[in-house]
Design a protein around this ligand. Structure first.
Ligand code: BDR
Ligand code: CA
Length: 304
């Protein structure tokens, strides 16, 4: 399986990346998008995570600095100012790629010999840009698995989940691109929370990767506790593993649209799971094997 990873690292993005880099798949490239942190910070985190994982052979690209239409407002609460909850990673020494992610990913997709699996764990700005530059590239995508949205309530506002809220116009563009994404929303990612035993297992890993993951998880746990969010959720790890191992997710076809006009519900994913088959434009995750996801992630962290 050939994979493209796009994200905004971010603690759960970082855990997803460290998991991905131990999966038996070929990672063609990773790209950073504005979201949890400004893109420059996300780009640096992606590069340093690749170095931490010993995978500097994978090209890392810097993507969109701002959403397609709206302004970007940085909020360091959930992931910290550095995006990694204070985990200090050794700086990557790989030569820095200067090609913009939207161009680079388009080039890679155009040249791919087989359809590619694309995972997006941040706002969909880069994905929308690639498809705007060359809509025919939709045909080169085997599956696009996105963390975002919800069939229930949101997290940034009662209506909107963070990744969609940052760039609802990008989500709308992707839903209209001809690709039929797999939407991994809060309704399933909230089933995958880190419990006390999971923390103990992860924090026992005394390696550079284990210590970095331990710092990130500890920060994540403290914020979740302080904000009364319950067990810290592994949103992006669910999407990543759902892309690599589709059997971990149960999905249902639906017609999904995104609110972009209303100030009250901007970024809300409106999911019609009663739409006729010919209208469905999305496969919406409705259940997940939560224990398997956590086992796989902790196993990957332990394997470094
Ligand atoms: C999503 O928002 C970010 O904070 C996480 O990294 C995840 O991708 C959850 O709403
Ligand atoms: Ca993310």
């Amino acid at each position: 399986m050939q994979i493209l990873f796009d994200g905004d690292p971010g603690i759960d993005d970082a855990l997803a990346i460290l998991t991905l880099l131990r999966e038996p798949v070929e990672v063609l490239a990773m790209s950073a998008v504005v979201g949890n942190v400004p893109v420059e910070t996300g780009f640096r985190n992606l590069r340093d995570l690749a170095a931490l994982a010993g995978r500097e052979d994978i090209p890392v690209f810097r993507g969109a600095e701002r959403p397609l239409v709206r302004d970007y407002v940085f909020d360091p609460l959930v992931h910290g100012v550095d995006g990694l909850g204070g985990a200090k990673l050794a700086p990557s020494r790989a030569p820095e790629q200067t090609e913009h992610a939207a161009v680079a990913i388009g080039r890679i997709l155009a040249g791919a010999e087989e359809p590619v699996t694309w995972v997006a764990t941040g706002p969909l700005t880069n994905v929308a840009m690639v498809l705007a530059l060359d809509p025919s590239l939709a045909g080169k995508v085997r599956r696009l698995v996105v963390m975002g949205g919800s069939t229930l309530r949101g997290n940034v506002t009662p209506a909107a989940e963070f990744n969609v809220y940052v760039d609802a116009e990008a989500w709308r563009a992707v839903l209209g691109s001809g690709i039929r994404p797999v939407m991994v929303g809060l309704n399933v990612t909230h089933m995958v929370g880190m419990r006390a035993g999971d923390f103990t297992a992860a924090e026992r890993i005394d390696t550079p990767v284990g210590r970095a993951a331990g710092t990130m998880l500890d920060y994540y746990r403290r914020v979740s506790g302080q904000e009364n969010w319950g067990d810290p959720k592994l949103h992006d790890v669910v999407a990543l593993l759902g892309a690599v191992s589709p059997e971990l997710l149960e999905t249902r076809p639906a017609f999904v649209d995104v609110e972009t006009g209303s100030p009250l519900t901007y970024g809300m994913t409106v999911v019609d799971d009663r739409a006729p088959a010919e209208r469905c434009n999305c496969d919406v995750a409705v259940d997940v094997d939560a224990e398997a996801v956590k086992r796989r992630m902790i196993g990957a962290l332990r394997s470094y």
